[in-house]
Write a protein that binds this ligand. Sequence first.
Ligand code: GUN
Length: 291
Amino acid sequence: MTARIIDGKALAEQVRSQIAQRAAALAARGEQPCLAVLLVGADPASTVYVRNKVTGCEKAGIRSLRFDFPANVAPEVVMAKLAELNADPTVHGILVQLPLPPQFNESEVLEAISVDKDVDGFHAENVGRLSQSREAFIPCTPHGVMKMLESAGVPLVGAEAVVIGRSNIVGKPMAMLLTNAGATVTVCHSKTRDLAFHTRRADILVAAVGKPRLVTGDMIKPGAVVIDVGINRLTDGPDAGKLCGDVDFDSVLPVAGAITPVPGGVGPMTITMLLENTVISAERAARRKGL
Ligand code: GUN
């Protein structure tokens, strides 16, 4: 058997065209969606992500505001900008690119963003709401994974799901979303004793640890759905310089039932969900204003 490829790029394009229509409808009612993006320092990966977010906004008809701060900026300066953006009724989404330099307390910064504008879904209140299955902004990468599972028609109720990774950005919210959807979820991480024991039981396996090609074909249940969240740049070997995921695509392909590629899998869905959250926030603002 060869796994079906779940094409995140094609799905992202389809969803983005719906988002662009919603953004245009809002603009016509006088509420153009607007996302503010804050970048501290010049980490190369973060710089690329921020550029892609801004470009994604432009293409969808969402206004974007970008604020760049030097790596040694005083936290108060960033906090003052957040207060200004929170109070600005024309701004619907606020995002601080992570990671932040060491002088920052990350949770303090994330909690300084208005819950209503927290389109990344990292504010403790949104995290709590998600854990209680209440309406919340859902973190973009795991939300994108759920959309991919849905579009691929993967049954979730009663499924055995295994998530590798326990980060606040992907692993933990992913586990909550799968749990809320009725899956039986196991969360594995760097201290898990026998990773393959767990992964071999998975009907759905989500790898989000940042370890190149960690998951190999012998760790997969035949027919399983394998979602690769990893984006790693290989530093040595014959493929040096290439991007690869946390899944060893070539050895998993003949065993799995469906698999996401890297690149072209989960990546394009992450920014798509950020754009959707921004439009949702703008739609709520328009409703509040009676537009
Ligand atoms: N750093 C890595 N992923 C993300 C993300 O989804 N949002 C933000 N703000 N920072 C990140």
